[in-house]
Design a protein around this ligand. Structure first.
Ligand code: SF4
Ligand code: SF4
Length: 375
């Protein structure tokens, strides 16, 4: 510990190995520490116990339909841009048991669902991912509806953010009001320099964590380097979306325009874009019964607006029978009706849907094509 007054918005410096101490502090306080791990040629979010679990010396090459993770001989832990994995798999798991029933002597009895609500500490959350979690908050913790499991996990959540110093070509956070620099929504924010981490404190929990580390006041030289690196990162992100604030009106006034058919022509309706999207939250309920008919349970599972059963009606049929109608739903929801419902876009510009689309469909290009056609 160091004799230095800590407060919210203070920035201190820690050595890189001191991140291990932070992991120990968190696990000692009962948190499951989750961070990026290089696995199966991608970055996945999994439990980490040591900084050697992080993708040290990795970077990515990514564009529409392509993601390649490779070692570059560098010395950064957080250079590689995230893969298909998102934090939402911990906040709203892909499958959650809602309740179970078992038949004993011809009587159905409810089986209690085990109440596991882990305390998570997410390590290395990008600014666009913090924006995505905030969007999920507006949907899942509302005055008129609260997803109780989400809220329990969210209330305990520690967010250790990391500033994005190496945005990918597919990143467009600045086109939807974001930035590669995390401004709020974190407990601690790391900026990775050559030989140290600058740690900005964002909450009282952040103060308590840093107080248990070996730290020093950030010197002006380090802060200047941080500023320069953030400016370079901001310049690197191309402002690709034209007039995105005009999108709600343009999209909703042209729902039957033939340009929708053009942009949907390549789409396979596979739903990959929605499953990797950190803001998509739609879910369904499924009842699963064993072969003997003696046990059954109801699960909440991720769903997708590209799933033909997503709008299925009782008696057969669905409201969006064509790929065009499903793609139009995804785009108008993210960039028009979401604005009306929640006061902002449902997209944070992370670029995952571009990278993980097998048809190489780029949502930025689609939006620009639609805008030109609708003018
Ligand atoms: S846009 Fe791409 S990822 Fe999304 S449903 Fe169509 S083909 Fe699949
Ligand atoms: S729509 Fe695409 S770019 Fe936007 S948040 Fe979802 S995955 Fe990221």
């Amino acid at each position: 510990m160091t004799d230095y007054q800590l407060s919210i918005n203070t920035t201190v410096a820690i050595s890189k190995p001191e991140l291990n101490k932070l992991l120990d502090v968190l696990s000692g306080a009962g948190y499951k520490t989750i961070g990026p791990v290089a696995k199966n040629n991608s970055l996945v979010y999994e439990q980490i116990e040591d900084i050697s679990d992080l993708p040290y010396g990795y970077e990515t090459d990514q564009k529409a339909g392509r993601y390649r993770l490779y070692q570059n001989g560098g010395s950064e832990y957080f250079q590689a841009t995230p893969g298909a994995s998102t934090w939402k798999k911990y906040l709203t798991p892909p499958r959650t048991k809602l309740f179970g029933l078992v038949n004993v002597d011809n009587k159905w009895k409810e089986v209690p669902v085990s109440e596991i609500h882990p305390k998570y500490a997410f390590i290395g959350v990008r600014p666009c991912e913090i924006a995505a979690i905030k969007i999920q908050d507006t949907v899942l913790i509302r005055e008129d509806y609260v997803d109780t499991l989400y809220k329990k996990i969210r209330d305990e959540l520690i967010i250790i953010a990391v500033n994005c110093l190496h945005p990918a070509d597919t990143c467009f956070c600045t086109s939807v009001g974001g930035s590669p620099e995390a401004e709020d929504g974190y407990d601690l924010r790391l900026t990775e320099l050559d030989d140290l981490f600058l740690v900005n404190i964002g909450s009282q929990k952040g103060i308590d964590m840093v107080a248990q580390l070996e730290y020093a006041a950030a010197n002006s030289h380090s802060l200047q380097i941080e500023n320069e690196m953030m400016s370079e990162a901001k310049e690197k992100i191309k402002d690709v979306l034209k007039d995105y604030k005009q999108l709600p009106e343009l999209l909703m006034n042209n729902l039957t325009h033939s340009a929708w058919e053009d942009v949907a022509a390549k789409c396979l309706s596979c739903g990959s874009c929605t499953s990797v999207c950190p803001t998509c939250f739609c879910w369904d309920v499924q009842d699963v019964t064993n072969l003997h008919g003696t046990e059954t349970q109801r699960d909440k599972v991720w769903d997708s607006c590209f799933n033909p059963t997503f709008t299925a009606h009782a008696g057969g049929g669905c409201s969006r029978p064509t790929t065009t109608s499903r793609l139009r739903q995804r785009i108008t929801h993210k960039f028009a009706s979401w604005v009306e419902q929640h006061g902002g876009e449902g997209c944070v510009g992370c670029g995952r849907c571009i990278v993980w689309c097998p048809a190489k469909i780029d949502i930025r290009e689609e939006l620009n094509i639609l805008q030109e056609a609708f003018k």
